[in-house]
Design a protein around this ligand. Structure first.
Ligand code: NAG
Ligand code: NAG
Ligand code: NAG
Ligand code: NAG
Ligand code: ZN
Length: 430
């Protein structure tokens, strides 16, 4: 533990808490996050044209192709464009409001809260702060070392930049041929609440093994594979350089833009509706399916274990939704009744914690149509329960979910994931 803490201290200081220097070199000073609420098809068309002239970073939905009636559009606008964008919106009478008036200030406020917070205990890993990649990896080694009967850590491959892709296998190691569940977090780099949840899940699982009989049953009867940071390169980059980076970090042969959307790169209706062929877009599907080593490694692992893996869960943010296939088309999956019931149970378990409401349903109708997604791929490869969570919130903080909300968010999500896992132990036929 002492080694781990020393490492944390060193990394924290070099990452975000450097005294005196500005976070991310002050690059978000004056940037704003706007919520735009188009109220007609004409306004949607106008917006799409507008976004051809003014470059913005789409927070939700993730590109112009997903803008549709009845939904709002959250965009991060650079300081030099806020005036122009607002003027255009006013001119065309499109309704909007400012969600975050100064992104740099908001980040500094949160960082200030972080450094002023008292450390809970000298010898405890703090699960209610965001951790950089190095700390998460040290924590994984530590869990592996201190819980050998319940945790096994291994690597399933290497990222584009050569980082190991670590997975933790949780479960009572004595039993063989168990059903399994897969959970990945941090597919999209800027969704920091994801890796925080994966760590929370592991902590809860190993800590409650002895005192909580239902958790013990889960761990005895299931193997749970957890990948706390899927997109390790992107996550690292979101700490070091660009807080709002989404994609992987692979280089493109023709364009200077880097990265592929790791949730559009799967070999299922690859690069069709809801994915972009352009390398500079945030929903770029990549040059070919599984072009990203991270996607390829996970796909290979799941293919190899598909006889046992009964549930695939991918943790994203933000929107407060629980989504299941299909993403790429408007159609009902064959085992809809079982999956719908599981989703309903999960969402009401989540609600029972703090009264937070989640919408749930097929990804295509609940969020938007997107091709090449991991849940569709998992489902098509024989995993009957495939879910994507979009955790808190609904846009007030967006990707900058304050650390004070890590605890409640993880606690309620834990209930939902446990509900799904318990359901796997029962038979459902539809
Ligand atoms: C976009 O820019 C072009 C050329 O500058 C201009 O003709 C057009 O009106 C602009 N469109 C919008 C929606 O601002
Ligand atoms: C914004 O404008 C300033 C001054 O006009 C310029 O120095 C700066 O490079 C611009 N920043 C961006 C991100 O375009
Ligand atoms: C920071 O801490 C203050 C006081 O505890 C709290 O009111 C505020 O909401 C916190 N802000 C964020 C962004 O966490
Ligand atoms: C995890 O611990 C086991 C021993 O329990 C060890 O064999 C294995 O190499 C460890 N994993 C890693 C990645 O160090
Ligand atoms: Zn995501």
């Amino acid at each position: 533990m002492a080694v781990l803490l020393a490492l944390c201290a060193a990394v924290c200081c070099s990452a975000l808490q450097t005294v005196g220097a500005k976070l991310y070199s002050n690059r978000y000073e004056g940037d704003q996050v706007l919520r735009i609420i188009p109220s007609s098809h004409v306004e949607i068309q106008l917006l799409k044209q507008l976004f051809q002239n003014i470059t913005v970073d789409f927070w939700q939905p993730s590109s112009t192709s997903f803008i549709h009636m009845g939904s709002s559009v959250d965009v991060h606008v650079g300081r030099n464009s806020t005036g122009r964008l607002k003027a255009h919106l006013q001119q065309t009478h499109i309704h909007y409001k400012v969600l975050i008036p100064n992104l740099q200030k908001e980040m500094e406020k949160q960082a200030g809260n972080r450094s002023s917070r008292k450390r809970r205990s000298e010898f405890q890993y703090d699960y209610e702060v965001y951790h950089p990649l190095e700390e998460i990896q040290s924590w994984m080694f530590e869990m592996n070392r201190t819980h050998p009967h319940l945790v096994d850590m291994f690597s399933i491959g290497w990222s584009y930049e050569g980082r190991p892709l670590y997975v933790l296998k949780l479960g009572n190691r004595k039993r063989l041929h168990k059903k399994a569940m897969w959970i990945d977090c941090g597919v999209h780099a800027r969704e920091w609440i994801g890796p925080a949840f994966c760590q929370w899940f592991v902590r809860e699982a190993v800590n409650s093994y002895l005192r909580d009989s239902s958790m013990r049953r889960l761990m005895n009867q299931l193997n749970i594979y957890i990948m706390p940071v899927f997109n390790v390169d992107g996550y690292h980059y979101s700490w070091k350089t660009d807080r709002f980076w989404r994609k992987t970090r692979s280089k493109n042969a023709k364009y200077h833009c880097r990265g592929v959307d790791a949730n559009r790169n799967w070999k299922v209706k690859w690069c069709d509706e809801g994915a972009s062929l352009h390398p500079c877009d945030d929903t770029y599907c990549g040059p070919f399916p599984e072009s990203e080593p991270e996607v390829k490694a996970v796909a290979r692992f799941l293919r190899k274990h598909r006889k046992h893996v009964k549930a695939y869960i991918s943790i994203h943010a933000y929107a407060q939704m629980l989504l299941y296939p299909y993403s790429y088309k408007y159609a009902t999956i064959p085992n809809f009744d079982c999956v719908e019931t599981a989703a309903q149970n999960a969402v009401s378990a989540l609600y029972s914690a703090y009264g937070v409401r989640y919408r749930y349903g097929p990804a295509s109708t609940t969020l938007y149509v997107s091709s090449g997604s991991s849940i569709d791929w998992a489902y098509k490869n024989g995993i009957p329960y495939a879910f994507a969570f979009e955790l808190r919130d609904t846009g007030y903080y967006g990707f900058l979910l304050p650390e004070a909300l890590i605890g409640p968010t993880c606690m309620e999500t834990m209930r939902a994931v446990r509900a799904i896992a318990s359901g796997l132990l029962k038979k459902c036929t539809s």
